[in-house]
Design a protein around this ligand. Structure first.
Ligand SMILES: [Cu+2]
Length: 137
């Protein structure tokens, strides 16, 4: 009786293991199964999880940081500033060629064009130490 039950359990375990191993195809993370589908080109969404910034995108995160801290673009590039669920702004340092500041923004994206080469530091005036830099070549 006990042996039969044990054998049955082993068989079930083997089936389970085989099914997982054979059909996995690289889905090793059980927490974010949809991350590969629609991210990376969605600056107008409403990100609720820390998303990786796309090319030419700076995310003002819900944890009050700019991501990436420094972005390097070529002259004439549109940079998308994406604001998550926490309100932030973008105030550029007083440098010639800096684009217009971005006022307090939440759950939206704002585009600024960097037409002048240089290094343009910026900060969120609502959160001390929340700084970033756009380097334009
Ligand atoms: Cu802020």
């Amino acid at each position: 009786m006990n042996v039969r039950r044990l054998a049955g359990a082993l068989a079930a375990a083997l089936l389970f293991t085989t099914a997982c191993g054979g059909g996995g195809g690289g889905s090793s993370s059980p927490t974010s199964p949809t991350n590969n589908n629609g991210t990376g080109t969605d600056p107008y969404g409403n990100p609720t999880t820390p998303a990786a910034p796309a090319a030419n995108q700076v995310i003002a995160t819900a944890s009050s940081a700019f991501n990436p801290l420094t972005i390097t673009v070529t002259k004439g590039t549109d940079v998308t500033f994406t604001f998550e669920s926490v309100t932030h702004n973008v105030a550029f340092d007083a440098v010639s060629g800096a684009p217009a500041n971005v006022g307090n923004t939440t759950n939206a994206s704002v585009i600024r064009t960097f037409a002048t080469a240089g290094s343009f530091g910026f900060q969120c005036t609502l959160h001390g130490g929340m700084r970033g830099t756009v380097v334009v070549n």
